[in-house]
Design a protein around this ligand. Structure first.
Ligand code: OSB
Ligand code: MG
Length: 368
């Protein structure tokens, strides 16, 4: 298979409500959508999960676009005959930027699977036809407004609630949600907002029987997470710190994490994500599929990944309506708290082109 053409576009989709985290507030999703065409005319789609600003990770939309244009795409063009499995090794000399690399690998994988008439779920090794859904809830303007927002998600059928926390928005809001819904599976995500000295404070969350505390400390502070794990009974789960199979091996060996959030973009693609899943499955470490406010394109692939046997916790794999009034693909609609795993060829979704065009702010085509 040879890549003949890559179309890169930036689209902007308004969110149904602002999404506030410890690193900033998103009001729209500005996202890079890739359309790859092979020399025989097969098309593959993907989404780059980098955010517009380098606040969650060092990558950002304009940077990813520049990197792809300048280095990554020319390298793939030069390689000639390739498969999705060749992308990571070919791009490895360019340091970092797993999200940009993942987007290219995913677009090629979608095309490859369409050519082979095979679904991504089947290719990755999915063992479930539907997956239970969790929802990530941003920092709210007040505790009553938080309770109101969570009530809506519970009514929608979500099977797990994740609350974003930061210093000053932790014990009280989490306690109020726990008191209101004593039985709901509940977890929190700090996006690196705490420091090593916060062990005593974070241990106060133990009383709420949370599934886990996600990424309390700096992404590079593996030792800090290991020390914190001795002070806090609630399991520590790493997100930002896990950027590859090797970093997952290291964090597990150092006892910095006992649960892992797998985000394909953060680890360089679905192939690396499966390797981390396999490691965790063999080590008895539960994993769940993280999210990056994906459109239907990225969401479709995440839902396939979340159907693998080691994904034993509900992920941030919400319905399209959690973030968007209108998705760029046929929407993901939750039924009784579950999403059906796409079974058709490739990722199982394609964008609605008229709508995609209507939200596109930039489009360029790179040909060999
Ligand atoms: O830390 O999991 C995170 C969104 C953007 C960046 C980082 C994170 C998130 C979320 C939302 O929590 C997950 C979702 O897509 O539902
Ligand atoms: Mg997170």
């Amino acid at each position: 298979m040879k890549i003949a053409e890559l179309e890169l576009r930036t689209i902007s989709l308004p969110l149904v409500r602002p999404f506030r985290t410890s690193f900033g507030t998103q009001i729209a999703r500005e996202v890079l959508i890739l359309k790859l065409t092979t020399d025989d005319g097969t098309v593959g789609w993907s989404e780059c999960v980098a955010l517009p600003q380098p606040l969650y990770s060092p990558e950002y939309v304009a940077g990813a676009l520049d990197l792809m244009r300048r280095f990554l795409i020319p390298t793939l063009f030069q390689a000639g005959d390739i498969r999705a499995e060749s992308v990571a090794p070919l791009l490895a000399p360019f340091l970092g930027s797993p999200m940009a690399k993942a987007a290219l690998e995913s677009a090629l994988l979608d095309a490859q699977l369409r050519l082979e008439n095979r679904s991504l779920a089947d290719f990755l090794g999915a063992s479930k036809a539907k997956i239970p859904c969790g929802v990530s809830v941003g920092i709210a303007p007040s505790i009553p407004l938080l309770i109101e927002e969570v009530s809506g998600y519970i009514a929608d059928g979500y099977r797990r609630i994740k609350l974003k926390i930061e210093p000053g928005w932790d014990i009280d809001p989490v306690g109020e949600v726990r008191r209101t819904w004593p039985e709901i599976p509940l977890q929190v995500d700090a996006n690196q907002a705490y420091s090593r000295g916060d062990g005593e404070l974070l241990a106060k969350l133990d009383q709420f029987e949370l599934l886990l505390i996600e990424q309390p400390l700096d992404e590079h502070d593996i030792l800090g997470h290991a020390l914190l794990a001795k002070q806090v009974h609630t399991p520590i789960c790493l997100d930002e710190s896990i950027t590859s199979l090797r970093s997952a091996e290291d964090a597990l060996a150092l006892k910095a994490t006992t649960v892992i959030n797998i985000k394909p973009g953060r680890v360089g693609g679905y192939l690396e994500a499966v390797k981390i899943h396999n490691l965790c499955l063999n080590s008895g470490i539960p994993v769940w599929c993280g999210g990056m406010l994906e459109t239907g394109i990225g969401r479709a692939a995440n839902v396939a990944l979340a159907a693998l046997p080691g994904f034993t916790l509900p992920g941030d794999t919400s319905a399209s309506s959690r973030f968007y009034h209108q998705d760029i693909t046929e929407p993901f609609v939750m039924e009784d708290g579950y999403l059906a795993v796409p079974q058709s060829v490739g990722i199982g979704r394609v964008p609605h082109l008229d709508f995609l065009d209507s939200v596109t702010s930039h489009k360029e085509t790179i040909r060999i």
